[in-house]
Design a protein around this ligand. Sequence first.
Ligand SMILES: [Zn+2]
Length: 419
Amino acid sequence: MSHYSIRCRKCGKTLDNSYCAFCEHCKDSLLVTEYHDRRLVETGGNGIWRFNWLPVHQPASVQPGPLVYQSRGLARHLGLDQLFIAFNGYWPEKGALLETCTFKEFEAAVVLNNAKENGVSGLIVASAGNTARAFAHLSTVTGFPVVIVVPRMCLGEMWYLESSSLVPTLAVGDGDYSDSIDVAKRVALVTGFPFEGGVKNIAKRDGLGIVMLEAVSKIGKLPDHYVQAVGSGTGAIGGWEMSERFIRDGRFGTHLPKFHLGQNLPFAPMLHAWEKGSRSLFPADLNPELIGHITTRVLSTRYPAYSVQGGVFDLLTSAGGGMYGVENEAVYSGMDDFLKTEGVDLVPASGVAVAVLKDAVRKNAIRKSDTVLLNITGGGEARLRQDKQTHAVMPQFISKNATDKEIEELLCHVLKKSS
Ligand SMILES: [Zn+2]
């Protein structure tokens, strides 16, 4: 028997466990996992699989978790007494062992194992960078087939571990991340493999929520504040849903953490909508030209999970906190502060998170004695290159206007190459 069921956030209907299901009544509502055990139990398993609040029964891969530790350097620099860092990346001296250098590795591990247990035989994944690398790595580790679709404009910042070099990857030559999502959905129809489902996939949100699981397990209580950079918002929603489970558990606090979420200016559709109290995003804020001006392309989706029931608007309404806009200069200085005070390199998205924390402290939204969890969603890439071979992603190119026939021919080619 399954240890969880899936419930619609809007109408409360419970669905049987099935891969990436949707509520038949409410198309605009996220489903959430309801674990039958309201208490967090840590079993004898290794890494992330020791937690009972994950939608996987028999994991087929070993998966290290986040490194959560209490900061001294950055904490002193910002004047905080209780700053905890969840470092998701490669920093073996400290015990951080994610070779893909991103928290998307948890998402990939939970999504692939969950899909496999639901009888799915392969997945199509769209990504602006980190997710591609994480899924390519997990596909290699587990032998579960994936086809990855990325935008050409992100290739400059993308890399794979050497072991993942044969994972089939398509690059959309004439579009952005959102066009890649559209192409991925069409590739899914042609191959018969489902699209991984984006924010609607409960396994994806629960996988990213592992950061909150590990942090609360380590700190012993829910933090007062949670700080993260957001693109789609999926990771923050996963953290919120885990926090709600901890409150139902009853042993870790009675208040949700306040969520302080950052976007890289000038592309900040959620920031602008939130500032005006709007559940809908404004079309002018989704102009693709804005994406060319930000340093963090991984945060560039034009389809964020903001308006949907159970999305970022509801998260901030329920938990409190707010959205922050971060200029490129502040991103670099956030990365620099972390390197100097904590001793390891960050990816730009994590620089956004550090900048948000600095801003929240400056505005007194976070006070000296508050317990803070800073989610460093990616880092240690420079550290990794001292130990491991990585290489540029070498995809097959595809147009966003490709016909089904062209998609089919290209897939034949990449699948043959990878086998
Ligand atoms: Zn419903």
